[in-house]
Design a protein around this ligand. Structure first.
Ligand code: G3P
Length: 217
Protein backbone atom coordinates (compact mmCIF):
# COMPACT_ATOMS: atom_id res chain seq x y z
CA UNK A 1 0.00 0.00 0.00
CA UNK A 2 1.32 3.42 -0.93
CA UNK A 3 1.13 6.24 1.60
CA UNK A 4 0.36 9.74 0.41
CA UNK A 5 0.33 12.66 2.77
CA UNK A 6 -2.73 14.90 2.58
CA UNK A 7 -1.35 18.35 3.32
CA UNK A 8 0.04 21.51 1.76
CA UNK A 9 2.34 22.16 4.72
CA UNK A 10 5.82 21.97 3.22
CA UNK A 11 7.61 21.52 6.56
CA UNK A 12 5.40 18.55 7.41
CA UNK A 13 6.01 17.08 3.93
CA UNK A 14 9.79 17.45 4.26
CA UNK A 15 9.79 15.98 7.76
CA UNK A 16 7.73 12.95 6.77
CA UNK A 17 9.49 12.43 3.43
CA UNK A 18 12.70 11.96 5.43
CA UNK A 19 11.16 8.81 7.01
CA UNK A 20 10.98 7.20 3.55
CA UNK A 21 7.26 6.52 3.99
CA UNK A 22 5.83 9.20 1.70
CA UNK A 23 5.02 7.90 -1.79
CA UNK A 24 3.08 10.98 -2.89
CA UNK A 25 1.15 14.05 -1.80
CA UNK A 26 -2.45 15.15 -2.20
CA UNK A 27 -3.61 18.74 -1.88
CA UNK A 28 -7.02 20.33 -2.30
CA UNK A 29 -8.16 23.96 -2.56
CA UNK A 30 -8.89 24.11 1.20
CA UNK A 31 -5.39 22.86 2.12
CA UNK A 32 -3.80 25.18 -0.47
CA UNK A 33 -5.70 28.17 0.94
CA UNK A 34 -4.43 27.31 4.43
CA UNK A 35 -0.81 27.39 3.21
CA UNK A 36 -1.14 31.07 2.23
CA UNK A 37 1.24 30.50 -0.74
CA UNK A 38 0.75 31.09 -4.45
CA UNK A 39 -0.70 27.77 -5.65
CA UNK A 40 1.68 27.21 -8.57
CA UNK A 41 4.72 27.93 -6.37
CA UNK A 42 3.39 25.65 -3.64
CA UNK A 43 2.99 22.71 -6.02
CA UNK A 44 6.47 23.31 -7.48
CA UNK A 45 7.98 23.26 -3.97
CA UNK A 46 6.15 20.04 -3.05
CA UNK A 47 7.19 18.35 -6.31
CA UNK A 48 10.82 19.21 -5.58
CA UNK A 49 10.61 17.32 -2.25
CA UNK A 50 8.52 14.28 -3.23
CA UNK A 51 9.22 12.50 -6.54
CA UNK A 52 5.94 10.52 -6.45
CA UNK A 53 2.54 11.77 -7.64
CA UNK A 54 1.55 15.21 -6.32
CA UNK A 55 -2.14 16.00 -6.78
CA UNK A 56 -2.99 19.57 -7.78
CA UNK A 57 -6.69 20.29 -8.12
CA UNK A 58 -8.33 22.39 -10.80
CA UNK A 59 -10.70 25.03 -9.49
CA UNK A 60 -12.84 25.65 -12.58
CA UNK A 61 -16.21 23.95 -12.85
CA UNK A 62 -16.43 23.75 -16.66
CA UNK A 63 -14.48 21.42 -18.92
CA UNK A 64 -12.87 24.08 -21.15
CA UNK A 65 -11.45 26.05 -18.21
CA UNK A 66 -10.43 22.87 -16.40
CA UNK A 67 -8.34 21.94 -19.47
CA UNK A 68 -6.68 25.38 -19.45
CA UNK A 69 -5.89 25.12 -15.74
CA UNK A 70 -4.57 21.58 -16.19
CA UNK A 71 -2.23 22.83 -18.93
CA UNK A 72 -0.71 25.30 -16.46
CA UNK A 73 -0.47 22.78 -13.61
CA UNK A 74 1.04 20.03 -15.82
CA UNK A 75 3.95 22.29 -16.74
CA UNK A 76 5.03 22.65 -13.10
CA UNK A 77 6.68 19.22 -12.86
CA UNK A 78 6.53 15.72 -14.32
CA UNK A 79 4.98 14.27 -11.17
CA UNK A 80 1.97 16.60 -11.06
CA UNK A 81 -1.29 14.64 -11.04
CA UNK A 82 -4.28 16.67 -12.10
CA UNK A 83 -7.12 16.41 -9.60
CA UNK A 84 -10.66 16.92 -10.91
CA UNK A 85 -14.01 16.75 -9.13
CA UNK A 86 -16.41 13.89 -9.79
CA UNK A 87 -18.79 15.87 -12.01
CA UNK A 88 -19.68 15.38 -15.68
CA UNK A 89 -17.22 18.15 -16.64
CA UNK A 90 -14.58 16.72 -14.30
CA UNK A 91 -14.91 13.27 -15.89
CA UNK A 92 -14.83 14.73 -19.39
CA UNK A 93 -11.60 16.47 -18.42
CA UNK A 94 -10.32 13.22 -16.91
CA UNK A 95 -10.96 11.35 -20.15
CA UNK A 96 -9.26 14.03 -22.28
CA UNK A 97 -6.19 14.28 -20.02
CA UNK A 98 -5.87 10.51 -19.48
CA UNK A 99 -5.98 9.80 -23.21
CA UNK A 100 -3.00 12.10 -23.70
CA UNK A 101 -1.07 10.28 -20.93
CA UNK A 102 -1.61 12.69 -18.01
CA UNK A 103 -2.28 11.15 -14.58
CA UNK A 104 -5.65 12.21 -13.20
CA UNK A 105 -7.00 11.87 -9.66
CA UNK A 106 -10.81 12.04 -9.53
CA UNK A 107 -11.86 13.44 -6.18
CA UNK A 108 -15.02 13.82 -4.08
CA UNK A 109 -16.15 10.25 -4.75
CA UNK A 110 -18.92 9.04 -2.45
CA UNK A 111 -20.42 6.08 -4.32
CA UNK A 112 -19.25 2.94 -6.11
CA UNK A 113 -21.07 3.98 -9.27
CA UNK A 114 -19.14 7.27 -9.28
CA UNK A 115 -15.92 5.23 -8.97
CA UNK A 116 -17.01 3.09 -11.90
CA UNK A 117 -17.47 6.24 -14.02
CA UNK A 118 -14.01 7.51 -13.05
CA UNK A 119 -12.39 4.21 -14.05
CA UNK A 120 -14.20 4.29 -17.40
CA UNK A 121 -12.87 7.85 -17.86
CA UNK A 122 -9.33 6.47 -17.47
CA UNK A 123 -8.50 7.97 -14.06
CA UNK A 124 -5.12 7.00 -12.60
CA UNK A 125 -6.64 7.39 -9.11
CA UNK A 126 -10.12 7.50 -7.62
CA UNK A 127 -10.44 9.28 -4.26
CA UNK A 128 -13.36 7.99 -2.15
CA UNK A 129 -13.73 10.02 1.07
CA UNK A 130 -14.15 7.57 3.95
CA UNK A 131 -14.14 10.02 6.89
CA UNK A 132 -16.80 12.30 5.43
CA UNK A 133 -19.07 9.28 4.83
CA UNK A 134 -18.53 8.10 8.42
CA UNK A 135 -19.36 11.64 9.59
CA UNK A 136 -22.88 11.37 8.20
CA UNK A 137 -23.53 7.84 9.43
CA UNK A 138 -22.51 5.82 6.37
CA UNK A 139 -19.72 3.22 6.36
CA UNK A 140 -16.79 4.70 4.43
CA UNK A 141 -14.87 1.43 4.43
CA UNK A 142 -17.83 -0.42 2.92
CA UNK A 143 -17.49 1.89 -0.08
CA UNK A 144 -13.80 0.97 -0.37
CA UNK A 145 -14.71 -2.75 -0.35
CA UNK A 146 -17.29 -2.19 -3.11
CA UNK A 147 -14.89 -0.21 -5.30
CA UNK A 148 -12.06 -2.74 -4.87
CA UNK A 149 -14.45 -5.56 -5.84
CA UNK A 150 -15.77 -3.73 -8.90
CA UNK A 151 -12.30 -2.70 -10.10
CA UNK A 152 -11.07 -6.28 -9.66
CA UNK A 153 -14.08 -7.67 -11.57
CA UNK A 154 -13.17 -5.65 -14.65
CA UNK A 155 -9.40 -5.39 -14.14
CA UNK A 156 -9.50 -1.60 -14.19
CA UNK A 157 -6.05 -0.01 -13.81
CA UNK A 158 -7.42 2.89 -11.74
CA UNK A 159 -5.89 2.87 -8.25
CA UNK A 160 -8.13 3.20 -5.20
CA UNK A 161 -6.76 6.17 -3.26
CA UNK A 162 -8.53 6.17 0.08
CA UNK A 163 -9.02 9.81 1.12
CA UNK A 164 -10.47 11.65 4.11
CA UNK A 165 -8.64 9.17 6.34
CA UNK A 166 -8.99 10.32 9.93
CA UNK A 167 -7.18 7.69 12.04
CA UNK A 168 -4.96 4.57 11.90
CA UNK A 169 -7.92 2.15 11.87
CA UNK A 170 -9.00 3.62 8.52
CA UNK A 171 -5.50 2.83 7.20
CA UNK A 172 -5.57 -0.71 8.60
CA UNK A 173 -9.01 -1.52 7.18
CA UNK A 174 -8.18 0.02 3.79
CA UNK A 175 -4.98 -2.06 3.63
CA UNK A 176 -6.92 -5.24 4.51
CA UNK A 177 -9.29 -4.50 1.64
CA UNK A 178 -6.34 -4.14 -0.74
CA UNK A 179 -6.73 -0.43 -1.50
CA UNK A 180 -3.71 0.76 -3.49
CA UNK A 181 -3.12 4.07 -1.70
CA UNK A 182 -4.09 5.84 1.50
CA UNK A 183 -3.78 9.60 1.76
CA UNK A 184 -3.72 10.82 5.31
CA UNK A 185 -2.96 13.88 7.41
CA UNK A 186 0.58 14.03 8.85
CA UNK A 187 -0.71 13.22 12.36
CA UNK A 188 -2.23 9.92 11.15
CA UNK A 189 0.94 8.90 9.30
CA UNK A 190 2.97 9.62 12.46
CA UNK A 191 0.52 7.62 14.58
CA UNK A 192 1.21 4.51 12.48
CA UNK A 193 4.71 4.31 13.94
CA UNK A 194 3.51 4.22 17.55
CA UNK A 195 2.82 1.37 19.93
CA UNK A 196 3.10 1.60 23.74
CA UNK A 197 4.75 -1.85 23.89
CA UNK A 198 7.45 -0.65 21.46
CA UNK A 199 8.20 2.28 23.78
CA UNK A 200 8.11 0.09 26.87
CA UNK A 201 10.27 -2.63 25.31
CA UNK A 202 12.82 -0.12 24.02
CA UNK A 203 13.14 1.50 27.43
CA UNK A 204 13.79 -1.89 29.05
CA UNK A 205 16.43 -2.77 26.42
CA UNK A 206 18.16 0.59 26.85
CA UNK A 207 18.12 0.35 30.66
CA UNK A 208 19.69 -3.14 30.54
CA UNK A 209 22.24 -2.06 27.94
CA UNK A 210 23.29 0.95 30.05
CA UNK A 211 24.09 -1.46 32.90
CA UNK A 212 26.76 -3.17 30.75
CA UNK A 213 28.75 0.07 30.46
CA UNK A 214 29.52 -0.87 26.82
CA UNK A 215 29.20 1.13 23.61
CA UNK A 216 29.05 -0.32 20.07
CA UNK A 217 31.03 2.48 18.40
O1 G3P B 1 -7.98 15.74 0.23
C1 G3P B 1 -9.24 15.18 0.35
C2 G3P B 1 -9.56 14.56 1.69
O2 G3P B 1 -8.55 13.70 2.10
C3 G3P B 1 -10.03 15.51 2.73
O3 G3P B 1 -10.19 14.93 3.99
O4 G3P B 1 -10.53 15.19 6.42
O5 G3P B 1 -11.15 17.08 4.89
O6 G3P B 1 -12.50 15.00 4.94
P1 G3P B 1 -11.14 15.58 5.11
Amino acid sequence: MKFFVDTADLNEIKDLAATGMVDGVTTNPSLAAKSGKKFVDLIAEICAVVPGPVSAEVTALDHATMMKEAAVLKKIAKNVTIKVPLTPDGLKTCKALSSEGTMVNVTLCFSANQALLAAKAGAAFISPFVGRLDDIGYDGLELIADICQIYNNYEFKTEVLVASIRHPVHVLQAAKLGAHVGTMPPSTLRALFNHPLTDKGLKAFMDDWAKTGQSII
